[in-house]
Design a protein around this ligand. Sequence first.
Ligand code: LR7
Ligand code: MN
Length: 585
Amino acid sequence: ILFLYMHLQDSPARNGLYSPRDGERRRVQLQPRTFQDSSASKKHTEREDPVRHGYVKDFKHADSDDISQLGIIRNPEDQKQRDEGYSHYAFNTLISDRLSLHRIIPDTRHRLCQHRQFTGSLPKASVVICFYNEAWSALLRTVWSVVDRTPSHLLHEIVLVDDNSDLPHLGEELETYVAENLPQVKVIRTGERQGLIRARIFGADHATGEVLVFLDSHCEVNVEWLEPLLERIHENQTNVAIPIIDIVDHDTFEYEASPLVRGGFNWGLHFRWDGMPGNMLIEKADYVRPIKTPTMAGGLFAMDRQYFIAMGKYDPGMDVWGGENLEISFRIWQCGGRLEIIPCSRIGHIFRKRRPYGSPGGADTMTRNSLRVAMVWMDEYKEYYFQVRPDARKKDFGDISERVALRRRLKCQPFKWYMDNVYPELTLPNNKGGGGWVRNQQIKRANANIFRAGHLMYHGSNLCVTSEQGIYDKKSLLVLGKCDKDEQSQIWKETEEGYFMLAGVLCLDIEDVPMGRSYPRIMKCHYAKGSQQWKWKGLHSRNLLNPASGKCLGAREPRAGSHISMEICNEDDKELQFEMVGSTG
Ligand code: LR7
Ligand code: MN
């Protein structure tokens, strides 16, 4: 496969269609030649159908070596572009801008997904993409990937919804580009910042295709992404179909396959990925069959348009960002629909480390929106949310009467039905397996080392890893604290994948410091491994290693209140020895 990727060349039929315009827009004119040399000399004799196979013209690289060159900084302008990109968009726009809008990405589907036949009567889709201050290349690559990899008879239109962006390139320049290059696309503007939830309602109201497909503005759809989604909706109008969301690395732009996981949530009402229950993946065919999922991540899914309307679209009382993904998931299940992951459909999404935009007035829209979810859909189970979020009890969530009326009108099931039938795996807070302490080594174990380390040295602290700023403060550093089983900011839950979640909310992560000492902290869980994945290491598994950085958790000064840092791993060093203790509840 790599060979194929490396030796593809421009399709003569498509020559002239894309390349001049791509080049025109790029601020830095890094020419294709730079990255094409290795492949340019080889000619591919048998042409593949470019749309079907995702091979489109004008790619500049395909394998990872070539991609890594795209990030090279040659001069101060490159550096500036890179820095500004990170600050505006939270990903590497230097690479994104240099990368073809039609780049090839690996076909990450399971083998069994290939050569499938679809009925000729699939419905047509309107693809709705909302954006707010998105980078040009990321937005246009999203659009082109849809155009390039969707059979035109299935693509009714693409609706680009500008949520009142203020960046100049998204104004007239975008409209001109679209008018000249993209007849399938219509650009509409909300006129006032609505937030992604109302922007989607606005987009859906302007769409006329049979099926709505929502995408984030920084995606790349993969080979034959749409057909399997449409097929499932065609079979039953009340199926809501979700692709597997692959990872486009925000630093390198490498396209990486995601494993088969389902959508869940925690009692802080944060979306999370759950591993598949073992009994769901037995035969090979299980890897390609639709998989029912308790929730969706939110951004990427397909739904019959009439059904979307009948089901009450979205909650228009929700602002900017957050919560709508659980709301629509609960609503679909509780009101008679079905939410499924369709493994043969794959779409890449740029996972960023932070959201590069705020909300008007800096409001915490996630909490407000989650409260609306809890109050409308969760019945007595909302108490579990308040247990984890006592602060939310006093917060304002606006008027929910219309959503409550909608729930009554649709005769939806109680939340208990959802818990029992859709998400029985979810445990209640403080249940067994709810978590425990990460405790610095106990003194009494120290004598094993008495001859080697010398008996007058520190022997660890017998203190627990504690978040300095409570459990909701992103970026909070960690300190040693007196172990206390009622202290939420010490209760870690270790997942099978190696994530350490504090009180089920944020994940143990490390600061991005290329040099010098770095410190662990808690961050929003991204479940994309990297700096959030940890592993017990050493003969007795007492060091907690962060493989991405190669360093281990350490308590340089083993006394209460001192900061935890990242250190060179050494299993014999008590200050680096930790253990997972107990389970609460
Ligand atoms: O005010 C805004 N107006 C907008 O139009 C803010 C955002 N947006 C646009 C934005 O440009 C983007 O295209 O809305 C889209 C989603 O915003 P992101 O990309 O900042 O969201 P996200 O990817 O960080 O967050 C996930 O959760 C959100 C909860 O509200 C939405 O459901 C996102 O669509 C969703 N993204 C995905 O599901 C992709 C996979 C990520 C995971 C897990
Ligand atoms: Mn996104």
